[in-house]
Design a binder for this molecule. Structure first.
Ligand code: CP3
Length: 344
């Protein structure tokens, strides 16, 4: 640590920063013309993730343009299955694909070599910390075991993660084995990102919302709690944000059971409930990304409601999920100005 004042780190320590610091999930992405240009020149999406020059460039693009309070490492949650030799490819217009894994495939998974395969990501993190402004928080990330497993089992994205839910009922032992392997690898990966210079890390459990009560406990809470335990054993000071999208009422105990410093909230979380969650610690969120597409009064009203209800406690202003390619870059500027202007 350099001792620099980084607002998001302050919030993660439980402090209220006014106006709240702001970054957006997927802030480096297709809504930005400069991203589309670098992406086109990179060739494949994985080449973009594994070429530090390019990954640094696209991470910095939204920082240069808007001065967000955090930069998030440019990579993807699916580099873990890629490092596990699942033949991951990103097909233009079709989303990510990989070889679907079965019980025998799970028995054959090996964690050796995974961190070495991801060495270019750590190089990107090191360079980013050197190139970013002192005051900008650098976030590392990975997917939560459940969300990564949904892609590994189906072999692609699905609207309801039915293949993974079904697999878990049919083959509970193999499924638990997959989750614990992913938890261990992902924890080591986040430790490596922290050692390379990430100030904090976020664990994305984007598909937590499809799990029943018991399954949420077994597949969303337990593996993330295990990850955080492994990380904290090695790096007691690690700052961790856990984002379990669609977790609803389960969020009440999620922070305490996982040990996360902050919890991410999607836009379906009622602000009255968010206020309760904030009494236990920092929250991040939760503007509907569609408001950034729509702009105008819908954007302003959405921002104002969040600031009004959550602005007097530890808050990292963010969207409730990733910004979409249709978002208007001017609306993003308006968002930041409104968040920063409101309580100044
Ligand atoms: O937030 C950032 O700016 C950092 C980069 C980042 C990406 N993916 C880049 C990306 C992060 C944090 C992610 C996380 C991610 N990836 C998640 C969790 C968060 C979420 O949005 O739910 C998930 C589920 C994935 C898996 C993934 N990667 C999908 C389903 C897709 C295809 C859908 C899509 O949006 O195109 C990707 C590809 C991807 N990852 C893109 C980007 C910028 C677009 C690909 C391209 O540019 O061609």
């Amino acid at each position: 640590m350099t001792g620099a004042y980084r607002k998001i780190v302050e919030v993660l320590e439980g402090k209220t920063v006014s106006p709240p610091p702001v970054w957006l999930m997927r802030q480096a992405g297709r809504y930005l013309p400069e991203y589309r240009e670098t992406r086109a020149a990179a060739g494949s999406f994985l080449d973009l993730c594994y070429t530090p020059d390019l990954a640094v460039e696209v991470t910095l693009q939204p920082i240069r343009r808007y001065g967000f309070d955090a930069a998030i490492l440019f990579s993807d949650i699916l580099v873990i299955p890629d490092a596990l030799h699942r033949n991951v490819r990103f097909v233009q217009g079709e989303g990510p694909q990989m070889d679907p894994i079965d019980v025998a495939g799970i028995q054959g998974l090996k964690s050796e070599g995974v961190i070495a395969h991801l060495a270019p990501v750590m190089e990107t993190v090191r360079r980013l910390r050197r190139e970013l402004p002192e005051e900008t928080t650098l976030l590392g990330f990975c997917g939560a075991p459940w969300t990564v497993a949904t892609y590994m089992i189906a072999g692609h994205g699905t609207p309801d993660q039915a293949p993974a839910r079904l697999f878990a009922y049919r083959h509970p032992e193999a499924f638990e084995k997959l989750l614990s392997l992913l938890a261990e690898i992902s924890a080591e990966y986040l430790v490596a990102q922290i050692d390379a210079g990430a100030d904090a890390v976020q664990i994305f459990d984007s598909w937590a919302g499809v799990l029943g009560e018991k399954e949420f406990e077994a597949y969303a809470v337990k593996p993330v709690a295990r990850m955080i335990e492994i990380i904290r054993r090695q790096r007691p000071q690690a700052k961790i944000i856990a984002f379990a999208k669609g977790a609803g009422l389960n969020l009440k105990s999620y922070r305490q059971k996982t040990g996360a410093d902050a919890i991410g909230l999607d836009w379906s979380v009622p602000l009255s409930f968010a206020v309760e969650l904030q009494k236990d610690g920092p929250v991040q969120g939760n503007l509907d990304p569609m408001r950034v597409v729509a702009g105008g009064k819908s954007l302003e009203d959405g921002i104002d409601a969040i600031l009004d209800k959550l602005g007097n406690g530890p808050l990292i202003f963010n969207l409730g999920h990733g910004i979409t390619p249709e978002a208007n870059p001017d609306h993003v500027r308006q968002l930041i100005e409104r968040v920063r202007g409101a309580n100044a």
